[in-house]
Design a protein around this ligand. Structure first.
Ligand code: ATP
Ligand code: MG
Length: 357
């Protein structure tokens, strides 16, 4: 019997709605899969917590999360509060605090769904984007000076370290090798960014040399956006820096159908501390409380979490149930062109899971 202890942080907006739907689905899975069990603990951290306590999470928040096997996260962000408080106070505090340096985002056009690409091209999308999640352009290093004066300066320094590049390159190579095509596309911009990106190229080149059986190609980030649109089938696993992958991921999620279905894993590969799993969408206050948020992104997220926990059969079974529902097209939420509320989509996935017994 493997019992997985999961910290559940719904966060803001539709986050708690889709995460609770996900917990329901995971409980159904546990009841159906022999030997699978979860213990969920909820944390009511986020913007409302901030309004009551002046912090997004308690001071000892990381210590409280430390011993969980994984963190199942909803969304963070509030129209009335700056990102500096919300995002940095919760999501990034956890990512950085637990050194979750690999951000992994799969993209696939699920059966029955249509993206903006021509259907024959759209169906070729089967990617995993690996984003360096700890340094690079989002290292937070820099400063402001001469505020309000004509000579005012704002600087962000992109920080690349040999150790940081090496570890994310290894992670991406291992992941690419575990996939059938064994194909890694490394994204760079070393023609224009002549220091950090050059080190990136050098170190990634050294690392990939150590991997047999892996096909590696290199793309400038600008050209990569065109390739994703024009030749999606030529791409499998992608490795890019924090900023580049952030942008490519949004393009990927648009090509993959809807913001409501994408999911992300923030992985701490040594497994000394918990990794965190979240749908890619934000808090979506325009639909909060209406019961119409698409929970499929949160379910796909749960499947990524199961994979990370070593529950590969359960992860696959959940993905098959999601694809059964999208493929039939009878219970789709409004963002996918249907009329089904969150609860109906959830019930359909649960029914599909039971049908897969
Ligand atoms: P954030 O800054 O938190 O990322 P955002 O406004 O950039 O917020 P989202 O909150 O993800 O992005 O919302 C963008 C749009 O997509 C909104 O119109 C929202 O209603 C829609 N959307 C996002 N997630 C879902 C979902 N799960 N189901 C249905 N619609 C969604
Ligand atoms: Mg956003």
């Amino acid at each position: 019997m493997s019992l997985h202890r999961i910290a559940v942080i719904g966060g803001d907006g539709i986050g708690p709605e889709v995460v609770e739907a996900g917990v329901e689905v995971l409980e159904t899975l546990a009841a159906a899969e022999f030997g699978l069990a979860f213990e969920f603990k909820r944390f009511d951290w986020g913007s409302d917590y901030y309004r009551r306590n002046g912090r997004m999470m308690p001071q000892d928040g990381l210590a409280r999360l430390e011993n969980f096997d994984a963190i199942y996260f909803g969304a963070v962000g509030d129209p009335e509060l700056p990102d500096d408080i919300t995002l940095w106070g919760l999501r990034l505090a956890i990512c950085q605090g637990f050194d979750q340096y690999a951000n992994v985002r799969p993209t696939r056009l699920l059966p029955g769904l249509t993206g903006p690409l021509r259907p024959d091209l759209g169906q070729q999308i089967d990617w995993v984007i690996v984003r360096e999640n700890s340094e690079g352009e989002y290292a937070g290093v820099g400063g402001r000076a001469h505020r309000g004066l004509p000579i005012e300066v704002g600087m962000d320094v992109a920080v690349f370290t040999r150790a940081g590049i090496e570890r994310i390159a290894r992670f991406a190579c291992d992941l690419a090798l575990s996939r059938p095509r064994k194909l890694l596309t490394v994204v760079t911009k070393s023609n224009a960014q002549r220091h950090g990106m050059v080190l990136w190229d050098e170190v990634v080149r050294e690392v990939v040399r150590g991997y047999r059986g892996l096909t590696v190609d290199w793309m400038l980030v600008d050209a990569m956006t065109q390739r994703m649109v024009n030749r999606p089938g030529s791409i499998d696993t992608v490795l890019a820096t924090n900023l580049h992958a952030d942008i490519l991921s949004d393009l990927a999620s648009a090509l993959g159908g809807s913001l409501g279905i994408g999911s992300t894993a923030n992985i701490e590969p040594s497994r000394n501390r918990p990794s965190m799993f979240e749908p890619i969408h934000g808090s979506a206050f325009d639909i909060t409380g209406k019961g119409i948020a698409n929970p499929l992104g949160s379910f796909w997220t749960a499947s990524l979490m199961l994979d990370h926990l070593g529950e590969h059969a359960a992860a696959r079974r959940l993905m098959v149930a999601i694809e059964t529902v999208t493929g039939r097209g009878e219970h789709l939420s409004p963002d996918l062109g249907g009329m089904a509320p969150t609860a109906e989509v959830t019930a359909a996935v649960i029914a599909a899971l039971s049908g897969l017994n």
